[in-house]
Design a protein around this ligand. Sequence first.
Ligand code: FMN
Length: 322
Amino acid sequence: MRYYFAPMEGVTGAVYRRTHHAFFPGINKYYMPFITPTTTERFTPRQKRDIAPEVNAGVPAVPQLLTKSAADCIWAADALADMGYAEVNLNLGCPSGTVTAKGKGAGFLADPDALDRFLDAVFSATHARISIKTRLGMHNPAEFDRLLAIYNRYPVAELTIHPRVRQDFYKGKVREADFAAALPNCRMPVCYNGDVVTEADAQAVEARYPDLPALMIGRGLIGDPSLVTRLRGGPRADRDTLRAFHDALYAGYCEAFGDARIAMLRMKEIWFYHLNLFQNSEKHGKQLKKATSPRAYEDAAAAIFRDLAVRDDVVPGWFRPA
Ligand SMILES: Cc1cc2nc3c(=O)[nH]c(=O)nc-3n(C[C@H](O)[C@H](O)[C@H](O)COP(=O)(O)O)c2cc1C
């Protein structure tokens, strides 16, 4: 099985990817959070800070584009291929209202004819290897038949399916039956993505789909960064390793942002998923959330590593809102 780290905007930037890769081996690809190319045909300085090959040195990173403009997609995909990226991913899954209102991300799925024209233009012009990350549809999983018929017409390098529709956002159960029905009809290699949080979750997906080549994990890996290391037979990260990872990440953010306060805010995003890995973390978690200065944050984080034991019984689905 190949394991991929899901892209998470605001979470899995270059510093996170590098640090995770250094501490927890076993991830085949780290998908980068989306960037939106513009008509200027140049990446912005902010985008460059994440996609520059030197910030991803040694990390198997895959850039992701979010656009509905074939022209913008083509120049950006070609530029990324010329930087040395072996694959460029298209985001057809982002459910955010500001994105879908513009017909991008999952919003593009609502207009299959336009999507078909877009893919036709992109695949006939780019020299990049293009993969796609998609949902089952905008409103209804029945939309996927049509969407898959379109994807199947192009040389899509890999299709990652998050089996929800846009209206689901990240809530409720994944639409497992719809994924199972679609899988045999996919002409390209498929990657499953959604709600894998424990080793048992991953093993269940692998047992259900024995021919599935790849599994992408997002929130589960932020919460439990040694999850894939263990799936590959490695050890569960102990408190010292988690602390060393935390400290390296925080130091990396402080350096990258040149501002400990911004680094603290980044770390708090991660703790939202990660805190559950520690037993009886409620009180310590409150202290951490309350911290308004880097000093208070550092004290609160140190107290977690000092006082709390690491769980080995991560609760399935703990982060899923009902
Ligand atoms: C905070 C956040 C940011 C995300 N950013 C992106 C993104 O930039 N590109 C993308 O394709 N998916 C993005 N996703 C979706 C994840 O890649 C993934 O599909 C989703 O979290 C479901 O997988 P999981 O259950 O393993 O977390 C994001 C999800 C979250 C929660």
